[in-house]
Structures are given as structure tokens and as C-alpha cells.
Design a protein around this ligand. Sequence first.
Ligand code: GCW
Length: 701
Amino acid sequence: MKRRPLLALLAAASVSCATAARAEDGYDLWLRYRPVEGAAAVGGVTVLGESPTLQAARAELERGLAGLRGGAAPSTRAALLAGTASQARIAGLKLPLQAAGPEGYVIRSMQVDGRPTTVIAANSDVGVLYGAFHFLRLVQTRQPLDRIEVASAPAVKLRLLNHWDNLDRSVERGYAGQSIWDWWKLPDYRDPRYVDYARANASLGINGTVLNNVNAKADSLTEPYLEKAAAVAEVLRPYGIKVYLSARFSAPKEIGGLATADPLDPAVRAWWKAKADEIYRAIPDFGGFLVKANSEGQPGPQDYGRTHADGANMLAEAVGPHGGVVMWRAFVYSHEQPEDRIKQAWSEFVPLDGKFAKNVIVQVKNGPLDFQPREPFHPLFGAMPKTPLMAEFQVTKEYLGFATHLVFQGPLWEEALQADTWRAGKGTTVAKVVDGEATGQTLTGMAGVANIGADRNWSGSHFDQANWYAFGRLAWDPNLTSKAIAEAWARMTFSNDPAFVKPVTEMMLSSRETMVNYMTPLGLHHIMGNSHHYGPGPWVAGGERADWTSVYYHRASPDGIGFDRMASGSNAVAQYAPEAGKALAADERYLLWFHRVPWDRKTASGRTVWDELVVRYSRGVDEVKAMRRSWAAMAPYVDPERHAQVAAYLAIQENEAQWWRDACIAYFQTFSKRPLPAGYAPPPHPLEWYEALSFPYAPGG
Ligand code: GCW
């Protein structure tokens, strides 16, 4: 009895210590487990069972609670009991585990053996692990711990990271250093970091990872590399994470000695079957293949006059007997095609609806172009009811300012997931297509192009960790709000202090719109620097293919600006259900995506398109200035190291936002030939100055 106030005092003391100043480098992500009030009331941990997964759950609970209690002993009045329904003690509690399915869990405050107990129960070991992480999140974010009543199961089956990592450790579109996969030292050396990677992913429910770039090398499928992949799979397995590989379609020729990779050729089919058998001998729970085919120069079935379905089904036949899947990407377009680039995936895939094997899932980017700051949802989500479709989001910020711009992508993904396809009437959101609710598909999935690298803070910036976090949470529950996600992340990653949580959550939530303002307002798209995609490049023209230029997309001329995708133009709008198309075309956020308009056309604000562009570009810069002020005021709540780095990056962001504004205004003004609205400063340099900037060493190329 006497000990309690003392413990409380100790806990309080360590809480204020932690808030004062503590060097942090971001390695711990949202699993920092720094002391919080309330954790001292949690009892000692009992996890029933000894599988590697249950051991991981126990270790995480012990490690997490020890940190959160600030060194204090567990409460002797309460208990924490975790296990699966195969344990009599859990089964006897009669918890509603049916709905938890194979990966979900129930967490409940209840009396067990006369003691207040927190029970974490599941049907499987990995469900217990996920439940353990959920419980730790409740403690970390200071939720009430004495009346927990949680039941959770993932809405989506395949929750995957896609690493665009190359065998030489470079990362395509990676801004966080080298690949974490040290292929050279594998399989003999397994970097302990792989375990922390697995913990972080398991804390979100991510259950698979594609180790290599979709622009794949066939070498990944050779014996030595399969051995390396098997070593990674072994480390990740206890955390419920399966390994997948990107498969190069021409591998039978390149490493198999065959004369062709034609998917209808019996020798080619036999080669893939044998390859799949070999992979499953090395990695018994191998997840399957991800394939980028006939896109941006990658080989594919069309090289032999075959269809995407022919190619996908051949691979599906090879991995099917082992329980594997094939994720076949719909990111296809060809410069030999005169058709509007954003229409091509629909044209190629819709005729194949219903023609894919059962274990094929077509992977569709959130929008029909390419991970832009804003684009409408991909029309394929409303057009292939007989085919499992998985959503692909880009966690790494290729088009969103790389690692140095603070852009929280939760709102971007929420916007895509909550978009209404109208496929089966109002309310058929992309989320309902992705989780199968609207289509009845049971093979469902969500992929995030990883932003993870060997940088100490994993993601290249502290705030980019939030994008990894948000992707994982949305893959588990695509209907979560980005607000709830941002708030939980900010609490765990930095501080529970309301004076921190509120302004930082607000800053995160508005950051995406801010970026749209200073990069691509009013539906502009694909106007960044050529190839590396860094900085503004609205003048980009010429080169090997028109659809890699900016002028192809904005079409600015003295008469106006924008891409006519209505019936009078490419009619891309007709790829949507009529109601959805109508709503998108009427939405000013997509004005220049769907319409070509004269410079003097009035916008909703009453200003002309030209004036509105200038106002929005300028507003974006002002908003970054406001972010800097708001972050400066957060110094008392954040360790100096992380605070300083975020502050320095925000200064870079402000400079670059200004650069985007000035360069785009200077360029578009050569067509609009109109003055800037009163009070708006002209760009400090002539257009040629911006055009002459060059960045041969931009990262991620
Ligand atoms: O976003 C574009 C990138 C390419 C990428 C491609 C894809 C892996 O610029 O780097 O290649 O998309 O998604 O396949």
C-alpha cells in the first residue's frame, strides 16, 4: 500500500525527464516506449505458449511495458494475459473470437481469477502479436486501460510493402539511403535491423514484403539470391511477414537458357513451375510474385502477342499449388500509343476482366497517372468487378518533395479510398472495392511502395515515418481517418502533451494540401523536373517520349491551359461511372486535369484561372512558413536533435516551395501574358534562370 504513491512519483518524475530533453535519432520509430502516466497500473505479463511468434509477443510486451512504466515494477493488483483460443485458459473466457478470423484479436478488461486482467486473445499466434501491439498503442497514447473492449480484424488480406530495392543496394525513388537489404552479406550476415523492421511492420499488421524492385533483375531468382531471400524470410517469419519477389518476365531466357519467354510455350511454363518449386523448397511460406510487365520497357507477354492474363495465369499456375499469389501490375502505358496515357491501363485491362486465374490480383495505383500530389482515383477500381484488385500507394515521396518536404500522405490516401466509384450505386467507394465488400472478392490487398532505407531514422526524415505508419494502419482498416492516424502517430513518436498533439496533428493534416498548392494547384499534374522528378519543370518538352514531358500534361498556350479529358477531348472521363465522372469533372480540385480552359475563365473564388493559380502557388508558400512557425513553437516538447532536423528540413521545404511558385509563375506567365494580381511579388529571376538549373546527382534515380 505504501509503495504506490512512491511509484507514482517515480513514474511522474521520469515522465517529466523524458519531456525535458533526451537525444533521439528516430531509430525507435513509433515504438519508443518512453514513460507515460498510467502504465504503472498494468500488471505483469503472461503470454501462454512458446512459438517464435508468441515469444516475440511476450518480448514486445515486456520491453514495451518496462519502458512505458519508466522502470517501475508491474502492478501486483492487475494482470495481463495473452494467448490463443487453443489454450484452455483463453478458451474458458468465452470471448467472441469468431469475428477475429485468422489474424484478428480481442482485447478486453475483465476479471480473471478474481483479479482485474487485460486479456489479449486471438485464434492464431500472429493475432496475439497484433493484439499485443494494439494494447501497447493504447498505453502509449494514454487511452483508459481499465475498460478496454477492442475487437479488430484486418479488412484486407495482403498488406504489403513493395521495396523498389536493387541488388546493388540502390533504391529506385528511395530517399533514405541505401537498401536495408544487404544482399552482399546475406545469407551469412543477418543485420539485426531486420528484426526491428519486422517489429515495426507487425505493429501495423503489415504481413508481407516484396524484397526487390519491380524493375527486376532475373538474378533475384537464381539460387544464391533465393538463399539470401530465404534468410530474410526466416527473420521475418515470426512476425507474420511473408516474403515475395518481383519476377522478371524474361527470366526463362536470361537465367533459364530458353529461347523464349512466351507464356504459352510449354517449356517456359515448365521452367516457371520448376522455379516455383525451387523457391518453395527454400522458402516454404513464400508469398508469390509481383510483376511489372510491358510497362516502361519491361518485358512481358505482349512481346509474344499474348495478353496480361496469359502472362499472369502462367505464373499463377506455377505458384498456385503452393498457395502463392501473383500480383500483376496495371501500371502500363506505351509511348507508341497515341491514346491519352491515363486511359491506357483501362483500355488494356477492362477487356480482361474475369480472365485472370483465381490466385491473381491486379495491382492498381491510386490514380491513373503516377502518384501525383493529386489525381482522381483510378477508373479501374470501378471497372473490373470480376477481378481481385489491390491498391498501390507510394509511401516514398517521388513526386512529393522527396524526404525533405513534410507531407503527410494520410489525407491523400484517404481521399483515394473514400472516392466513390459508383460502380454498384452511390457509396461504392474505392475502399469497398479494395476490401472486397462491394465486389465479394476474398483475395484483397493493399501495397505501399516503401520509403525505408538504411538511414538511421529509416525513412529519411522523422515525419516520413508517419507515412509508413499511415500506410500500414490503412491497409488493416482502409476506413480509418487520417486524423486518427496522425494523432496516434504524433503521440507515440513525439509527445502526448495536448499542446503538442493538436498543432502537430493539424500541421500534418494540412501538409498535403499545402504541397498541392505550391506544386500542382487546380488539377495540374506531372510538371516536375525530368527523370529525377525533383523540383519544378513545367517547361520539360521533347525527348524520347511525349508522355514523359510536362507540356503533354498542362498544354499551356496563349489560349489557355489544361488537358481536355471531356467528350470534346480524350474523353478519359468516360472511363468512370457517369455519376463519378460528373462529380470529378465538376470538382475544381481537378479542373486542369479534366478541362482545358481560357486564362480568364472564372473559378469558384471569383478570380480568373490565371489569378487563382498565382494565389494558390503563393498560398502554398505562406502555408509552409506557417508550418515552420508552428514547429518552432514545439521545441519544449521534442528532444533537440529531432526538433532541429525537422526545423532544418522545413527551411528547405520553404525554399523549395518558393522555387516551385516562382518557376511555375514565370513559366505560365509567358502564355497567360497577364500581370500578377495586385500585391503578389513577381518571381525574382527570369524564366531562363529556373530552366537552367540542373540536378545530375538528385537521389533516387
Ligand atoms: O513512378 C514511376 C517511377 C518509376 C517506377 C514506375 C513504376 C519502378 O518514376 O521509377 O519504376 O513508376 O511504378 O513502375
